[in-house]
Design a protein around this ligand. Structure first.
Ligand code: MLC
Length: 451
């Protein structure tokens, strides 16, 4: 695959967007790009035209690789390469002798939803991927005898940096599925007999739906279940332990830093806590003036270490705002216990995490407000048993207009990823605001999920 990319004229530092469901070419392209110094830019397969257009404009890639089926979602203006065709050419191409090796150069630019509506590209160096893989493989004791079942999407760092890089570094056996499907999960576990599974909380909630005897059988062969990307409710951890006989190991990471803090493999996996900083990661909790606070005191979590990204792609302003004296401001609110365990207690921004996918309400609010029938919109989080949280929209009609929820939903569906589509559209006379005009989301009427 590296010689195919070279043959297409790609040079070190060029960006290559990858808009693919999980498949072998995804992995080949990642390895080929890292070997040639080409910057790998994965794009969420659930993204639609507006979201993809933003990434293409920002990353300015040489091309985007997709499938014939997904090509229809790619806006015009950038060369489209079909993954299957690249794979076929690669199968008979001579091996490439090129090996560009600059560990501090960007290996990938990973887009993370931005608080300002538009997502920003986090620049991850080769070293960041390397350090992360060494940490998780050693701390979670992944060995070549292990068998990893990977159902996470590879366009996010959970699947790519932990799943693929952890597999390659440990030399374990991998089963990669196109996506997680709860109706097939039991079959995969029973047939492949994995020893290790990486998941988001929604997957664990789904696994709780299996028969107790099936769960018990799966649990007997497993060695380690790891959860991350969203908070794991303590009650899910307890129920899972009862059914599967395993205490899920919860860890904390971000696209900007990969893995930071993890419950220990041996030692107490504390329910509700994300654990202890991984080797080489410094973590501190600070007050509003960025001064460290004592243990048991809530504040913002700051991080430092060779796992931390180098900045946002072509966004010196956002990069500067993200750091304070060399420490990365995570935006997460945390507390450290006297024995060193960190617990996350919320977020400084109004991020919604649904099924492990990040949603910034502002992006949906801006989209809704652009529709002619909408005067203004606020998007807030509602609890959801499976996904953890779901977005709900509160909309005020434009003068003389009326709101049709189905039409709003259809407009959203045509332009954005399915997980961002509000679960409900609540029509309001006006939005609650402070005297200064700021919307008070906590005063919006609570939306109840129909049973
Ligand atoms: C979900 N869908 C997908 C998909 N995943 N479509 C294509 N490919 C995928 N990979 C769509 C479905 O078509 C459906 O669309 C909707 O999402 C819900 O699907 P479901 O079958 O009902 O799924 P559910 O049981 O709810 O489980 C959802 C999920 C998904 C767990 C499969 O949320 C998921 O894959 N989450 C992983 C997110 C992730 O990897 N985050 C890591 C971020 S990195 P429709 O139109 O019917 O609604 C990070 C750093 C860190 O945060 O620390 O890890």
């Amino acid at each position: 695959m590296a010689s195919v990319l070279e043959g297409k004229g790609l040079l070190p530092g060029d960006r290559l967007c990858i808009y693919l469901p999980n498949c072998l070419e995804f992995i080949d392209l990642f390895l080929a790009a890292t070997r040639l110094g080409i910057i790998f830019v994965p794009v969420n397969i659930l993204y639609r035209d507006r979201e993809i257009r933003h990434i293409l404009t920002d990353a300015d890639p040489a091309a985007i690789v997709t499938t014939a089926e997904y090509a229809e979602h790619v806006p015009a203006g950038v060369p489209i390469w079909i993954a299957g065709e690249l794979g076929e050419t690669a199968a008979t191409a001579p091996p490439s002798a090129t090996r560009v090796s600059d560990p501090d150069a960007p290996a990938a630019v990973v887009y993370t939803s931005g608080t300002t509506g538009a997502s920003k590209g986090a620049i991850l160096s080769h070293n960041v991927f390397g350090v992360n893989a060494v940490n998780i493989v050693s701390c979670w004791r992944i060995k070549s005898e292990d068998r990893l079942l990977l159902t996470l999407p590879l366009f996010h760092v959970h699947g790519l940096a932990n799943g693929i890089c952890g597999w390659l570094l440990s030399g374990c056996r991998l089963m990669l599925t196109e996506r997680f499907d709860h109706t097939q999960a039991a079959g995969w576990f029973l047939d492949f007999q994995p020893t290790v599974f990486f998941g988001v909380p929604t997957m664990y909630v789904r696994l709780l739906e299996l028969e107790a005897s099936t769960a018990g059988e799966i649990g007997e062969r497993m060695r380690l279940f790891v959860s991350g990307s969203a908070p794991l409710p303590a009650q899910v951890l307890e129920e899972f332990r009862r059914l599967y006989g395993h205490t899920i190991l919860e860890r904390y990471g971000m696209s900007e830093t990969l893995m930071n803090i993890s419950n220990p493999y041996a030692g107490e996996r504390r329910p509700g806590a994300v654990g202890l900083p991984l080797p080489g990661v410094s973590a501190r909790v600070v007050d509003a003036e960025c001064r460290p606070v004592p243990d048991n005191t809530t504040g913002e979590l700051f991080l430092r270490g060779s796992n931390v990204f180098s900045g946002y792609w072509r966004r010196p302003d956002a990069t500067e705002a993200a750091f304070h004296e060399g420490w990365f401001r995570t935006g997460d609110i945390a507390v450290r216990s006297p024995d060193g365990y960190f617990t996350l207690q919320g977020r400084r921004s109004d991020l919604i995490i649904s099924g492990g996918f990040n949603i910034y309400p502002r992006e949906i609010e801006e989209f809704l407000a652009e529709l002619p029938e909408v005067a203004e919109a606020a998007v807030a989080s509602a609890p959801d048993k499976r996904r953890g949280e779901v977005p709900v929209a509160y909309v005020v009609a434009a003068p003389g207009a009326s709101i049709d929820a189905a039409a709003l939903e259809a407009a959203c569906r045509a332009h954005m990823a399915s997980f961002k589509i509000p679960r409900a559209f609540v029509v309001m006379e006006k939005l609650p605001r402070t005297a200064l005009g700021k919307i008070q989301k906590h005063l919006l009427p609570r939306w109840q999920q129909p049973e």
